[in-house]
Design a protein around this ligand. Structure first.
Ligand code: THU
Length: 160
């Protein structure tokens, strides 16, 4: 006989970045500041990510697309791989994601949440450092979503 388990996730919703504490507010602003550095000629979907490390460094990244579509990469992975390359072993405290659409027809109406591949990548770094990574997600309007751990966005993550 099978049984059903409930897996609940927690998301805090803020009306604006001003409601966050100073450090996280600043991280969201940094993610927004780099959005225009994205190379997104194919989707017109510009994404910025900012990572706060335990040593107080902030690492940013943006999505980088390519005519061979799967060769491109998301802002979150650009930033997290760079952070781990530059400061290997330094814990990640938080990741903020912001986005803006430059398409005439498509507007981003909700906070942008990391894609499945980015969730898996962030989850592995969280597991490696054995402490949770706060996630902040913002779109084009003022609303911000916050999760205390990537586990909230990737229950039943893949593990080897
Ligand atoms: N993208 C990101 O950079 N991060 C996300 O969280 C979602 C999607 C990028 C990938 C691609 O360059 C564009 O946004 C449209 O999918």
């Amino acid at each position: 006989m099978s049984k059903t388990i409930d897996i609940n996730i927690k998301v805090s919703v803020f009306d604006s970045v001003e409601e966050l504490d100073k450090q996280l507010n600043n991280l969201c602003l940094k993610a927004e500041q780099v959005v225009d550095n994205a190379y997104a000629p194919y989707s017109q979907f510009y994404v910025g990510a900012a990572i706060l490390l335990e040593n107080s460094e902030i690492i940013t990244g943006t999505n980088q697309e390519n005519a061979a579509y799967p060769s491109g990469t998301c802002a979150e992975r650009t930033a997290i791989f760079y952070a781990s390359s530059k400061f290997p072993g330094v814990k990640i405290i938080a990741i903020a994601v912001a986005a803006k659409s430059k398409s005439a027809v498509f507007k981003i109406t909700k906070p942008v949440t990391p894609c499945g591949a980015c969730r898996q990548v962030i989850a592995e770094y969280e597991q490696k450092q054995n402490s949770p990574i706060t996630l902040l997600m913002k779109g084009q309007d003022k609303t911000v979503y916050q999760c205390q751990s990537i586990r909230d966005l990737l229950p039943l993550m893949f593990n080897q």
